[in-house]
Design a binder for this molecule. Structure first.
Ligand code: G1P
Length: 292
């Protein structure tokens, strides 16, 4: 069984649902409590054993690359001022040299196309995909739970979670065939089905472990829902030829592609913070009380 060493993080999206905040800042760099959203996703992947990160970026996303680089002036200043604790926090954001690659998606043709743009760097090995719009609070991390399953089953794995029937049209949705604990086999999957026409209410969470074969399907995948090349459509084809499981992971997800999603995630991560959690709770309560 080949280990999952590489992950693709598609970050080319414009972030239109969080404008004007994202006019000059990539949405992945917006803070969720005390760090950019992307940091949580990288940490989740690291906790699952990922060693190499492939960011699929676009124009105006340079801040992401800079964030993971050395900030020489900042670090030198903190060192000179003996601000060791802050310096350590900054140092934690830095990856192992050479462990991040950046490739551009030159046109917004869909998630499937974004993933396909990473094919040369991934090569022919199983890899993970983490959609940075989705943050998952889970222990072990969501991807780590999937890797655990993968080590037993091999093949391809997606994370799924139950969503309200009225919201299935926002997601890729699976058609479950059978269940063994939290593992499901599927008859198929469909991207953004209309409410009332979905095969289930089990939505794809934005975490994937896929075999390199997916790139062959993505290469000629026709545009699907929303006129975009959909990863879900390519996975539905891959499922016909390879082993494929869905894992109903244990944890809570936050949609950071929307304003209220950010607010919810910020609050949740603040409340869980080891050092500031209690004070954060008091702050949240005081704000609610003052608002009446
Ligand atoms: C994408 C995927 C979808 C998945 C969702 C999770 O949709 O295409 O299958 O359920 O992420 O957030 P998007 O949110 O990019 O429209």
């Amino acid at each position: 069984m080949k280990a999952i060493r590489k992950a693709v993080l598609p970050v080319a999206g414009l972030g239109t649902r969080v404008l004007p905040a994202t006019k000059v800042i990539p949405k992945e760099m917006l803070p969720v409590f005390d760090r950019p959203a992307i940091q949580y996703v990288v940490d989740e992947a690291r906790a699952a054993g990922i060693e190499h990160f492939v960011f699929v970026t676009g124009r105006n996303k340079g801040a992401i690359e800079d964030y993971f680089d050395t900030a020489f002036e900042l670090e030198a200043t903190l060192e000179a001022k003996k601000k060791t604790a802050i310096l350590e926090e900054v140092a934690c954001t830095k990856p192992v040299p050479g462990s991040m690659s950046f490739v551009r998606q030159q046109a917004p043709l869909g998630l499937g196309h974004a993933i396909w743009c990473a094919r040369e760097i991934i090569g022919d090995e199983p890899f993970a995909i983490l959609l940075p719009d989705v943050l998952v609070q889970a222990r072990p991390s969501c991807l780590a739970q999937m890797v655990e399953t993968y080590m037993e089953t091999g093949g391809n794995i997606i994370a799924v979670e139950a969503v309200p029937e009225s919201e299935v049209d926002k997601y890729g949705v699976i058609d479950p065939a059978s269940r063994d604990g939290n593992r499901l086999r599927m008859n198929g999957m469909v991207e953004k089905p209309p409410v009332g026409k979905a095969p289930s209410n089990l939505a794809i969470t934005g975490r994937y472990i896929l075999q390199g074969k997916i790139f062959e399907y993505l290469a000629d995948q026709a545009a699907g829902a929303g006129g975009e090349i959909q990863l879900t459509d390519a996975m539905a084809r891959l499922m016909q030829t390879q082993d494929f499981h869905a894992v109903e992971y244990d944890g809570v997800s936050y949609d950071c592609g929307s304003k209220l999603g950010y607010l919810r995630a910020s609050l949740a991560y603040a409340l869980k913070d080891g050092a500031l959690g209690d004070e954060a709770r008091a702050v949240a309560q005081a704000v609610l009380d003052a608002a009446g």
